[in-house]
Design a protein around this ligand. Sequence first.
Ligand code: GLA
Length: 400
Amino acid sequence: MPTHFPEEQALRELASVFEETFHSEPDFLVRSPGRVDLIGTHTDYNEGWVLPAAINRSAWLAVKALPTPLVTVHAVDMEEQVAFRLTDLDAHKTLAGQDLPEWARFPAGVAWSLQEAGLATPGSQIALSGNIPIGAGLSSSAAVEVAYGLAWSHIVGWKVDKMALAQYCQRAENLYVGVNSGLMDQFACLFGQAGHALLFDCRTLEWEAVPLSNDVTLIIADTGTRRTLSTSHYNERRADCDAALEALKPHLPDIKALRDVSPDQLETHKDAVPEQPYRRAAHIIAENERVRAAAAALKNGDTAGLGKLMDESYISTRDLFDASGPQLDAMWEASQGHPARLGGRPVGAGWAGCMVFLAKTEGCDAFIEHLEQRYQAEVAIEPTIHRVETADGAQVVEVN
Ligand code: GLA
């Protein structure tokens, strides 16, 4: 095993658990990061822009290839183990004939998606662990999907383009797990660069790394509440956006997605769009402008401008997209009034989980204290609030 790679200790420990569980050494290890999205709420599946960054919280795998078409995953943190056949993935069943538990739909779904693309997915023994809180908006799902995708790519040695791998993983989530998510999370997980946010155009798939100044620090504020995407209103929001698009098309025949609609065009044709889809579209169209303005602010060193746009994103997410929640609102309110605070918004889909705050590095510890005290006084839930570092994208770590 090489020395000095991110999260070295955690991966070494996982390798030991693998040995205890499967009585042999893993062939290799994978680290696959979560992400924060600085701005761009629900713009990705509307073919718009997003500005995420991979973070130093990851899913980890220890993997050994096997000659039989069977996958056994030992989920260390959940103390559960599941085996499934690679030859019968459409059944969504374990080897014992039970429904796959939710967490096992990710490896099965990625295998299903890769097979559908004509890529081989050999059998394997896998130990899974990680430190991305689940259902908190930090992209734990995409991190595990990408980790499994990279594992199969490494076992077989197929040379698959990273963007294509991101898309296969997204397809697994859309069609096997049943969440109609966009491409932001898998993209950020694979393309992350330490010290940078990534401006990603979800239509053209072009992207650009934008440096984050050391003068600012990213803070994750976990409200202590959780949602699961499959049971949340995520798919309903997507349907509302599609309904707005369909209502606008007769008036704007050239549009293919809400990305193509300007704020003026939406106002001109407001009466053609039902009230709820209109509010969703108004959010998406303005948010797309904010994402590009945020990237420009970052490039110009205007961190106060970036913070202000993050706050505007939160207000629009709350009031037009109805994707905030009582505890997220309480956290945002609790953050007000501190000199180190620059801005903040919910990460990921919204409704519950975490917020990301942008703070001046000087004074950010006092800001964290301010936030903890004020949130707890308001909500009576102890929050977990800490700095987070940006990180490089997912990687395979050889054992020998
Ligand atoms: C989740 C989805 C992403 C994106 C965000 C909202 O994280 O996985 O594709 O839609 O929500 O911006």
